[in-house]
Design a protein around this ligand. Structure first.
Ligand code: 26A
Length: 356
């Protein structure tokens, strides 16, 4: 039997420690945040971390969107399949992240910053929603030098697919573009998750630069709407995406994404838009019909929190791509892992391991 190749999937983004607490409208008002959003912390938000830790019985849990995806893909794939890159500090939070990855069998190669602490993400959980405020800390200091270092670059060269959390567009576009160009030049698979509405809204140029290189682009309805609006093909009220957009709008955006020009013409681009409990939309470059895939139904009372469900979807999907499964099966594997993650506290997966 041919030896299994190791670390076929390489992921890059921002390792964060999640500080999770239940909240209510008053919590959202105090910090002037929406019930379901992800933002970068501004000075007026910085009190939330100690407030959560000291007064609200907050739970600490490993996070960082693409790190959650990397753990989830490794959950499905054979041992030593996934490696994850990002920046942490030399501190307790960084150690917790390293330990969680080790337990999940995920190889992490962190750029460790001696001076800046590990990034943290306050998560306000309200029924059916989660709002996240991120203080990037050391994650914001990830750099091209680390990616190109003698210890890391061979991993880049050996991997067959790269998965980028779009949140990293706020941190190190040169590292993302290096992977993008490497994937096109070597006919590897390049996957990007849009991550949050603020990425197309506030980091449009950096996101747009990656578009020609994307083989798979993954986003939810809010991210798709933000993308559609800034590209002038939709006019959806971003405060009320489900109220003002229709499946037809989202399909149009998916099709637009899929059909944008592509650098590596050996693979057709696929755009995947998740839509909560409504069907996932899938557009394939050059095809006119946007497909719909129903999600896996799960009882409302078995949902612990929605944190990381999108990351889990991406994980199941990407694992399917790596395994060479069909598009349909890969999407279903994503829905499956998302449904499992909904039953867990934080962005995590059930143990003992379940199999698809
Ligand atoms: C740059 N920002 C804002 C972020 C994040 C982030 N991961 C990377 N960069 N803001 C929130 N998250 C992570 O999203 C996960 C849920 O999808 C949280 O850490 C959480 O685990």
């Amino acid at each position: 039997m041919a030896a299994q190749k190791n670390f076929r999937l390489l992921c890059l983004e921002n390792p964060l420690l999640d500080i999770i607490a239940d909240g209510d409208q008053a919590t959202l008002d105090t910090y002037k945040i929406k019930a379901n959003d992800a933002i970068l912390a501004e000075p007026q938000h910085l009190g939330i971390y100690d407030d959560f830790l000291n007064n609200r019985n907050a739970v600490l849990s490993a996070g960082g969107a693409a790190q959650n995806t990397a753990r989830g893909a490794q959950y499905i794939l054979p041992a030593d399949s996934v490696v994850y890159l990002g920046g942490v500090g030399k501190d307790k939070y960084g150690e917790i992240l390293g330990e969680t990855a080790a337990k999940a069998g995920l190889r992490v190669e962190y750029r460790v910053d001696e001076k800046v602490p590990t990034g943290r993400c306050a998560v306000v959980v309200t029924p059916g929603n989660r709002s996240m405020i991120t203080d990037l800390g050391a994650a914001n200091h990830y750099d091209l030098e680390h990616l190109k270092s003698p210890a890391i670059w061979p991993l880049v060269e050996a991997a067959e697919a790269y998965y980028i959390g779009g949140y990293h567009l706020t941190v190190c576009p040169p590292a993302i573009m290096t992977l993008a160009k490497e994937s096109a030049a070597k006919n590897k698979t390049f996957i990007l998750s849009i991550s949050a509405p603020f990425i197309p809204l506030a980091f449009k140029d950096a996101l747009d630069a990656t578009l020609p290189y994307l083989d798979y682009v993954v986003g939810n309805e809010g991210e798709a709407a933000a993308f559609g609006n800034v590209h002038g093909i939709s006019n959806i009220d971003l405060a009320d995406v489900d109220g003002t957009s229709t499946t037809e709008d989202l399909k149009k955006i998916a099709q637009y994404m899929a059909d944008l020009p592509k650098e590596n013409t050996q693979r057709k681009r696929v755009a995947i838009i998740t839509h909560g409990s409504q069907p996932t939309l899938v557009a394939i470059q050059g095809e006119t019909e946007v497909k719909e895939f129903p999600v896996r139904a799960i009882a409302a009372d078995s949902i612990v929190d929605t944190l990381g469900a999108g990351d889990a979807f991406a994980a199941g999907f990407v694992a399917g791509v790596i395994e060479g499964k069909s598009l349909e099966t890969s999407i279903d594997q994503g829905q499956w892992l998302a449904s499992l993650s909904l039953t867990q506290l934080g962005a995590s997966y059930p143990f003992p391991k379940q199999t698809y």
